[in-house]
Write a protein that binds this ligand. Structure first.
Ligand SMILES: *Cc1c(COP(=O)(O)O)cnc(C)c1O
Length: 352
């Protein structure tokens, strides 16, 4: 019966997940694994978020609020008077925005190497995917981008970029916004670690969406909740294109409470700042400059997968960058975890 499956899914491989710490622990008989592969905040969720989630769990016999009021109010209290959409992770937001705007055959332009889900979501919508390689230092050249993406319905730029870690400066983003005819989806999954504030651009540009997630600094990856700042015109159409209930009741409540716990986010941001410097100073391989909560490391002459395997053997799980199209095969991506995890990583990689 597999003949029924769409050919686009048969031609391309799907999302590549990081190795699971549990699998590695079993394979090598280890009890304690440093999990540095998925860019999560290692600290458990905020107690306020846990309490809100527990209370919401008692209401789940009823459908959630389709207007997502609790979360919308928390977003406005945190950021001010902007327009927002929400979804099942930022991944869900990306998928719905593509569904809202892109007809089959229209272009989605993506600055690469980067997060792979954009291309998968665009492909699923029947879009033509155009990739625009970054420069040798992984910066995005605005002229090249605009040239290739001029007539694209959506252009996707990740800043800070996963997996390279660098952010795109505001003037470059503005040049892109002014040059393209379509919408710019600026993926800000890691912006909380960067010190760059793209929000003022929202007031000036009608074709900008800033994608955000509760999965990283806010410790809510397991609840699958994302949102985006959008221009005023987009939310009613997004709601038409999306599933009727964009966010479940438990996730909504937890996310709203988590946004209010600024001390929680601040602790991890401080940890990230400390360890980006320490990784750079202490790892014997070149560590690329990062504005995110991870660093990309050039492990040449080793291959990505080989290095990941060697580290796993010693109890450290990091991400191989082999699956990021457009990147040479000698990089790994390492998240900032707890002190003991980061210390173990430094110790082990320096023996390899
Ligand atoms: C983690 C991540 C996301 C967000 O993922 P969700 O968990 O779906 O919110 C989005 N973009 C990038 C680049 C990421 O690394």
């Amino acid at each position: 019966m597999e003949r029924l499956v769409r050919s686009c899914y048969k031609k391309k491989s799907g999302y590549v997940f990081a190795k699971k710490a549990e699998d590695i622990a079993r394979e090598y008989g280890m009890t304690r694994i440093a999990r540095l592969a998925s860019n999560e905040n290692p600290e458990p969720l905020s107690p306020a978020a846990l309490e809100a989630a527990e209370a919401a769990l008692k209401t789940v016999n009823r459908y959630p609020d389709e207007r997502v009021n609790v979360l919308m109010n928390a977003l406005r209290a945190t950021y001010g008077d902007f327009h927002f959409v929400t979804g099942v992770g930022m991944d869900g937001v990306i998928e719905t925005i593509i569904r809202t705007l892109v007809e089959p055959g229209e272009k989605v332009a993506i600055s690469t190497p980067t997060f792979s889900f954009y291309a998968l979501a665009a492909m699923g919508q029947g879009a033509e995917v155009v990739t625009i390689p970054r420069e040798a230092d992984f910066s995005a050249d605005p002229k090249r981008l605009v040239n290739a993406a001029k007539d694209a319905k959506i252009t996707v730029l990740c800043s800070p970029n996963n997996p390279t870690g660098n952010a795109t400066p505001i003037p470059v983003v503005e040049e892109i916004l002014e040059g393209i005819e379509g919408l710019l989806f600026l993926d800000n999954a890691y912006v909380e670690f960067s010190g760059i504030d793209y929000l003022p651009l929202m007031k000036k540009h009608e074709n900008l969406v800033l994608g955000r997630t509760m999965s990283k600094v806010h410790s809510l990856a397991g609840l699958r909740i994302g949102y985006a700042f959008t221009p005023r015109w987009l939310p009613p159409w997004y709601q038409r294109a999306g599933t009727p209930f964009t966010v479940n009741a438990v996730s909504m409540a937890a996310a709203a409470a988590a946004l209010g716990d600024t001390a929680h986010a601040e602790r991890y941001r401080a940890q990230v700042k400390r360890w980006r410097t320490r990784f750079t100073d202490e790892v014997k391989y070149p560590v690329l400059p990062s504005d995110a909560n991870f660093v990309m490391i050039d492990v040449a002459p080793h291959r990505s997968d080989e290095m990941v395997e060697e580290l796993a053997r010693k109890g450290v799980v990091v991400r191989s960058c082999r699956s990021f199209a457009g990147l040479e095969d000698h990089y790994i991506r390492v998240s900032v975890g707890e002190d003991w995890e980061n210390e173990l990583f430094v110790k082990v990689i320096n023996t390899l």
